[in-house]
Design a protein around this ligand. Structure first.
Ligand code: SF4
Length: 346
């Protein structure tokens, strides 16, 4: 992607007590599902030419969306905005069967970039609904991922939006309930919701494996370690990115004196740095590393050029491209296509 316009020299190097430094969280930034979804749009543009339509933001990052628009992607809210016969990419957050059917009815050529870890939750929902469980879906109302998962089993799904809601929801049969969750929640808050659900429904079943994905968990673990030593934490990520917003909350819970989310380095305010010796930096799972590097360059101008990586996990997960884009490609080619973006940057 092209570089972002430079904001170098905007932040001033003002004196503080102590040594100025940055604690740079790792893992941060792009996860395997986001990487795959972005490449899927790029490959679709290569294969089929512009325009390629994308339902909703392919990933929740304004920079990524803007750059793909420049390459010929057209983002729409619903499939009925797309001319019949066109190619449409479903976003990493997943879609309900109703959306898949609406696209087919319209004669659209669908490319499903749903993250495989979201698809896993969809399959769990289908299976538990088939066994006549009531699914208590922990997640945020209106989030695309929640709409997609709930859409797999609308008659069997009850949304639980917060720990407080766990205290009041009513279920059909307390002996036939299971909880599932959105993939990008706060681990701690979700466990609190589950604890309160289980206090009311002791026979509550757990999902077969973690629904909160590895990338969300890893980024939260890393920022917890950074936050305890940080006067200020800056999270690069968009306002509609659930996992980015959670990183701000987790940083504040785990000791950061202040924490802010920015889309771009240019949004950092000089006053945030007043009296700050240690700045923690991380980024959400939909954020390209170049946006973090831009922030680090600006922070270096302000005297924070001493950067210490704080690494809590290695990530090497790679997903193959959506099957619609795999025709004629070997698995090794897919892995190479995806592998270039999932390396650790530290
Ligand atoms: S945040 Fe997790 S679930 Fe979402 S796209 Fe990334 S890996 Fe997949």
């Amino acid at each position: 992607m092209p570089r972002i316009p430079s904001t170098r020299g905007r932040l001033k190097d003002t004196p503080v007590l102590g040594q100025k430094r940055v604690l740079l969280a790792a893992p941060r930034g792009y996860c395997a599902g986001v990487d795959r979804a972005v490449i899927a749009v790029e490959k679709a543009l290569e294969h089929y030419g512009s325009p390629v339509y994308v339902r909703k933001q392919i990933v929740h990052n304004i920079h990524v969306v803007t750059e793909l628009e420049k390459k010929g992607a057209i983002f729409v809210e619903e499939v009925d905005e797309v001319p019949p016969g066109s190619h449409i990419v479903f976003s990493a957050h997943g879609v309900s069967p109703a959306v898949v059917n609406a696209a087919a009815d319209r004669g659209l050529q669908a490319i499903d970039a749903t993250c495989p870890l979201v698809t896993k939750v969809h399959r769990e929902a289908v299976r538990f609904a088939r066994d006549d469980f009531e699914i208590l879906l922990i997640g945020h109302e209106g989030h695309e991922e929640v709409e997609g998962t709930a859409g797999e089993a609308p008659e069997h799904t009850t949304l639980v939006g917060s720990p407080d809601e766990a205290d009041t929801i009513e279920v059909r049969d307390p002996n036939k309930v299971v909880w599932l969750s959105q993939t990008t929640l706060s681990v701690d808050e979700t466990m609190e919701t589950v604890r309160r659900l289980r206090a009311r429904f002791p026979n509550l079943q757990d999902p077969p494996s973690d629904d909160i994905c590895y990338a969300t968990q890893n980024r939260q673990v890393a920022i917890k370690k950074v936050a305890k030593d940080a006067d200020l934490v800056i999270v690069v990520g968009s306002a509609n990115s659930s996992n980015s917003v959670r990183l701000v909350e987790v940083a504040l819970e785990y000791g950061a004196k202040a924490a802010y989310r920015v889309d771009y380095a240019s949004e950092v305010k000089q006053e945030w740095l007043d009296g700050v010796a240690t700045v923690g930096v991380t980024s959400g799972a939909s954020v390209p590393e170049e946006l973090v590097q831009e922030l680090l360059a600006d922070l270096a101008d302000a005297g924070y050029g001493d950067v210490h990586p704080v690494k809590t996990a290695e990530e090497d997960l790679i997903f193959s491209l959506p099957k619609e884009l795999r025709k004629g490609r070997s698995g090794a080619q897919d892995a190479r296509a995806l592998g270039g973006r999932t390396r650790s940057n530290d």
